[in-house]
Design a binder for this molecule. Structure first.
Ligand code: MN
Length: 195
């Protein structure tokens, strides 16, 4: 049997380590079921697509239709799950990332407020992103459905998933409450490493 091209990223924390910000049940469904389904669909759609053997980012940049949707969701969730750390020890950006946030948003608090506002205001399913544009500026964008800033030529740094499956078990319809809680588990060292 041929080896599958893509597999889920290993979580760098226990499934219950993000609670109470994200419960173990939500991680079990979101990582264990939703992400796995996107990976299965991506692996099934690749043969004959002309994109076999390409990197995930290349596929997300180039593909359209169902292949794009599933590849985008695999890349988005990979970046999403890797950017968190166990609850109880919130941090803040340091160094070049902290300077860039202050330069482009005025302050960390102003950045967080704008990020939460754009996440809460995204109609339907999608992702709010912090990315770096080709001129080196940090920008916040709303990307519907499986969107990723690599499609704009930007470098993705941080993302909050606003699909209901990301928060409904824990927060029901309270998307803004979920978004404001997520800062407690953001691993800013991981975000900075993507700059
Ligand atoms: Mn999701």
């Amino acid at each position: 049997m041929p080896e599958l091209q893509f597999n889920p990223v290993a979580l760098p924390y226990a499934q219950d380590a993000l609670a109470p910000v994200i419960s173990a049940d939500t991680v079990a469904f979101h990582y264990g079921k939703h992400l796995q389904t996107y990976i299965n669909n991506l692996n099934a759609a690749l043969p004959g697509s002309g994109l076999e053997g390409r990197s995930l980012e290349d596929i997300v940049r180039i593909a359209e239709g169902g292949l794009f949707n599933n590849a985008g969701q695999v890349l988005n969730h990979t970046l999403y799950f890797l950017q968190f750390k166990p609850a109880g020890n919130p941090g803040a950006p340091k160094g070049a990332l902290a300077k860039a946030i202050d330069r482009d948003f005025g302050s960390l608090e102003a950045f967080k407020a704008e990020f939460e506002k754009k996440g809460a205001g995204l109609f339907g399913s999608g992702w709010v992103w912090l990315s770096e544009d080709p001129q080196g500026h940090l920008v916040i964008t709303q990307e519907p459905n499986a969107g990723n800033p690599v499609r704009r030529g930007n470098k993705p740094l941080l993302t909050f998933d606003v699909w209901e499956h990301a928060y409904y078990l824990d927060y029901q319809n309270r998307r803004p409450a979920h978004l404001s809680a997520l800062w407690e588990i953001v691993d800013w060292d991981v975000v900075a490493s993507r700059l």
